[in-house]
Design a protein around this ligand. Structure first.
Ligand code: CP
Length: 300
């Protein structure tokens, strides 16, 4: 049965994840993306509804749609009738009435995506949901690891940073674990994960994580949390959890990943963005390829 919505990675069977990763690989070259547009989704109409800021997810979906020969329009909360008090449901009904096949939705409130998928005639593709889920990020992370190691199974990955608030951590840890990666985590007590991830292997600091891992996967420490109870002292956080240039040099075989946007000088030193062991920009390229594969699976 064809997939109608992509709300969480649990909507995908392992066979479907494998299909997406294999299809995405066909769109990639060693340094970029295959330079050829397709007409696979010609005639399809997509709406990108972004109630939260985004660079990577939004542009990569736009790029994927354009590369597949389909059309898309963008809705952002700012400048819309939401500012005049229009409700979420009424906005979505209004968008639906314009005849779109699928909505690619980012929203800060957990549960919004499944609520809308429960009644709309459009396919709903989750482009980031509160602290809950970011399924296409997880797929692009798996795709990037698979390319680097030629497999995901058995690859040792430690997720470091704000796991408590991270939708990426939830989705990426879940997909990597399902694909057989050995996933651990590292965070101060105030940002420790709850639920399934908390039962995985824990590391005290980034140095111990790098001694064990094949991949360290950093998460953004949000500026607003740095001055809060969560991270009272940025220097202390850096000493224990940042991947600095010297730490990376001591462990040069360990791959560095980050979903972006990177909080430069907090969780990662700027110079590391351009070293071969850092895949941050390659992840972005995989984001386009994986989203092409996802759109093809759901919307063809
Ligand atoms: N990784 C990610 O979701 O980035 P954006 O917020 O820029 O889309």
């Amino acid at each position: 049965m064809p997939l109608r919505h992509l709300l969480t990675t649990d909507d995908l069977s392992l066979d479907e994840i494998d299909l997406i990763l294999k299809r995405a690989a066909e769109f990639l070259t060693p340094t970029g993306l295959v330079h050829k547009s397709l007409d696979t989704l010609a005639g399809k109409r997509f709406v990108l509804a972004f109630y939260e800021a985004s660079t990577r997810t939004r542009l990569s979906f736009e790029s994927a749609i354009e590369r597949m020969g389909a059309n898309c329009v963008l809705f952002t909360e700012a400048g819309s009738s939401v500012e005049k008090g229009e409700s979420l449901d009424e906005t979505i009904r209004t968008i639906e009435a314009m005849g779109f096949d699928a909505m690619i939705l980012r929203h800060a409130i957990n549960g919004t995506h499944s609520h809308i998928a429960g009644w709309t005639s459009m396919s709903v593709i989750n482009a980031g949901e509160g602290t809950m889920a970011h399924p296409t990020q997880a797929l692009l992370d798996a795709s990037t690891i698979r390319e680097r190691f030629d497999r995901v199974e058995g690859v040792k990955v430690v997720i470091i940073g704000d796991l408590l608030h991270s939708r990426v951590a939830r989705s990426t840890a879940s997909v990597l674990s399902r694909l057989g990666a050995d996933v651990g985590w590292c965070a101060p007590e105030s940002l420790a994960p709850v639920g399934e991830i908390s039962r995985l292997r824990r590391f005290d600091d980034a140095r111990h994580a790098m001694q064990w891992a094949d991949v360290v996967f950093l998460l953004r420490i949000q500026r607003e949390r740095i001055v809060s109870d969560h991270v009272p002292d940025i220097d202390e956080y850096r000493r224990q959890y940042a991947v600095t240039s010297s730490l990376a040099a001591d462990h040069s075989s360990v791959v560095i990943m980050h979903p972006g946007p990177v909080n430069i000088g907090v969780e990662l030193d700027e110079a590391l963005l351009n070293v071969p062991q850092c895949l941050v920009h390659r992840q972005v390229t995989h984001g386009v390829a994986v989203r092409m594969a996802v759109l093809e699976l759901i919307c063809r």
